[in-house]
Design a protein around this ligand. Structure first.
Ligand code: 2M8
Length: 418
């Protein structure tokens, strides 16, 4: 008998499960990635609550003394991925990369806790101070007047988005020697960042390694520093969830409330009237990227209402067979298969959809969920999808796509036939 999609999703998560953490997909990404793991925990919580807690707890074992939670934790050696621990030179145990990733962990910690507060309380007591320290690290090191900046496109999780094009042009690649990328041997190169992007990615890694990942130095002289609407909205939302957890635990709340006000006003500086969207802003030049990306539509997830954003959302949804493209399909920079320059991503649909529903935009939220379910039903649990024809792209049997199917997109969540 054919397995149901719910069963397939659980099997994918079990297959990628390394015991205490889940790799995004075999081959292409053989380690623990930060926001992938938080999504994995959200998915595990639908069928194995205890395993969900382990996923987030393992992620926090990679936390640095300064509070940063790195974007990759290299728990086990593998030569299948570039750049590995020695390129990063981060000098940590366990070995890690030197940058962070969007902090969705507090949001999913709260969601998992609320499924069973009694069983979750001791886990949240252990996690809370670590999540607090991580959020404080963002505020202390990545806050430019209430806008959250990324020091590397990889930190945003949206690696080759047009949001970074202008800032990437200024990255000097003369310190980058020969290297071999592994990603293009796993996946069609047309679905991946191009070679110049990779040279620049590596130039920024070597600059960070060169200064021992010194935050003050990178803030002042690092080759790349761009305020990211995605990161700002996600941290704002994560602070609201951290606040709810603090209240549950009887922990002080003033500091977190201060962060929420700071980001609520700070993110308004990212509104670019020229494109009627929240936009990335290059701190080095003061220029907007002029890029309408899917992260612009995380405003609702952050609890911010915006009628112009809703108009633009409706326009993009109307011209896209499958929502939601990672870049405006009416822009000349749109590329339907090239990674974060056009394809639709289930995890972003989930965050946008949760936000839309919470802010009362149920019609849009349901349409987004239906499109996500159609993409997965037709094309499987791919890393991302072509929004023009729905075809699968990137890695196969992908953890976060399986996770969001189970926790958000599966029709069985509404019909109750699991
Ligand atoms: C992608 O990024 C990694 C680098 O971190 C890569 O391409 O090698 C991004 O989609 C990122 O958001 C994601 O966390 C990671 C693993 O799925 O892959």
């Amino acid at each position: 008998m054919l397995k149901s999609l719910d069963e397939q999703a659980r099997a994918i998560m079990r297959g990628n499960d390394q015991g205490t953490y889940t790799m995004p997909t075999e081959g292409l990404y053989p380690y623990q990635w930060n926001w992938d793991s938080a999504f994995a925990a959200f998915g595990f919580a639908t069928f194995d609550l205890a395993r969900a807690w382990v996923e987030i707890e393992t992620l926090l074992t990679g936390q640095w003394e300064n509070g940063m939670v790195p974007h990759i934790i290299f728990h086990e050696a593998s030569d299948g991925y570039f750049p590995g621990p020695s390129e990063w030179g981060a000098n940590q145990t366990p070995q890690t990369s030197g940058i962070s990733q969007p902090p969705v962990a507090a949001t999913f910690t709260r969601a998992i806790f609320e499924k069973n507060p009694e069983a979750g309380r001791s886990h949240v007591e252990g996690l809370f101070p670590k999540l607090l320290a991580w959020h404080r690290w963002f505020i202390d090191n990545r806050n430019e007047n209430g806008m959250i900046v990324v020091n590397h496109p990889w930190e945003s999780g949206r690696d080759n988005a047009p949001d970074w094009d202008e800032a990437m042009e200024n990255v000097d690649t003369s310190n980058v020697g020969e290297y071999i990328r592994n990603d293009t041997s796993h996946v069609d190169p047309h679905m991946r960042p191009n070679q110049l992007d990779y040279d620049r990615f590596m130039a920024i890694v070597y600059a960070g390694r060169g200064c021992g990942w010194d935050e003050a130095e990178m803030a002042k002289n690092g080759p790349f520093r761009v305020a990211d609407p995605g990161m700002t909205f996600i941290l704002l939302r994560a602070n609201r969830d951290l606040l709810a957890l603090a209240e549950q635990l009887g922990e002080p709340t003033d500091e977190i409330k201060g962060w929420i006000s700071l980001l609520e006003s700070g993110v308004q500086q990212l509104w670019n009237p020229a494109i009627r969207a929240y936009d990335a802003l290059n701190i080095r030049t003061g220029n907007f990227a002029g890029s309408m990306s899917s992260s612009s539509f995380l405003c609702w997830f952050a609890g911010i209402e915006d009628s112009s954003a809703l108009t633009e959302f409706d326009r993009i949804a109307a011209v896209s067979k499958y929502s939601f493209p990672s870049h405006d399909p009416e822009s000349d920079r749109f590329e339907p298969l090239r990674y974060w320059r056009g394809p639709a991503w289930g995890i972003i649909n989930t965050l946008i959809g949760i936000g839309l529903a919470e802010m009362g935009h149920h019609k849009q939220a349901e349409a987004l969920r239906d499109d996500t379910a159609s993409l997965i039903t037709q094309s499987g649990f791919a890393e991302y999808f072509n929004p023009v024809d729905g075809s699968p792209a990137g890695g196969k049997d992908f953890t976060w796509t399986a996770a969001i199917w189970l926790a958000w997109a599966s029709p069985s969540l509404h019909t109750k036939e699991n």
